[in-house]
Design a protein around this ligand. Sequence first.
Ligand SMILES: NC(=O)CC[C@H](N)C(=O)O
Length: 225
Amino acid sequence: MGVVTFPGTLDDRDTQRAVRVAGAEAVPLWHRDKDLKQVDAVVLPGGFSYGDYLRAGAISRFSPVMETIIEQAKGGMPVLGICNGFQVLTETHLLPGAMLRNNHLHFVCRDQKLRVETDRTAWTSDYSAGQEISVPLKNIDGRYVADERTLDMLEAEGRVAFRYLDVNPNGSLRDIAGISNEAGNVVGLMPHPEHAVEPLVGTGRTDGLGFFTSILKNLLKGANA
Ligand SMILES: NC(=O)CC[C@H](N)C(=O)O
C-alpha cells in the first residue's frame, strides 16, 4: 500500500505503521514521483502539504504523484485521504465539495466520535453501517461544505461515509466528517484513523484499524478472484 509524502506531510510514518499493523506492506511514495511502484492502493496522509499555502491541498493537487493517482483512481484504484489528504482529494475533484476554515476559527485537537454510515466502500467494509467509533481529530480547515444539490446527491447515493457524533467540531454541513466517490474506491475524511490502531498508543482504542484491514481484505479478495 502506497503512502504519499509531500513536503509538509506529518502523518506519513503513523500511516505506514497503521498499514503494517493491519498486515500489509507500506510503500513510501514521494510527491515528485509519477511512478507508483505498482502499489495496489494509496493513502494520502495528514499534515500541511506545501505549507497549506494558498489553500490546504491546492498546490499538492498539481504534484507529479497526484497526476498518476488521479488517473489510477478514476480507473478504480483505492485511495484514502486523511485530513490534509481529504483536502487534497476535494481540490483534485476526485471528491466533491470543499474544506473551509473551522467555523470558530481555531485549531481543534480532540478525540472525536463518529458514525460509520456505510460499509459499502473499499475502506469501510470491515465496519458495520451505523457503527460508532472514536478517533483523533486535529485540524483548522475541517469545515466540509458543498451546495445543497451535491449534499442531497451524496445522501441519496449513500456517499456520506462518516458523520460527527455528539459534537460537530467545525461547522461541517450535515455533520459530514467524510465522503466517498460514486464507485466507493475513493474515500476522504477529516479525523485520523491511523492514530488509533494500537492498544498501547493514545487512548488505547483501535477503532481506526478497520480502514486498513478493510482495504487489505478487499485487495486479497480481488487477487484471489
Ligand atoms: N492534521 C492535518 O492533516 C491538518 C490538516 C490541515 N492542514 C488543517 O489544519 O486543516
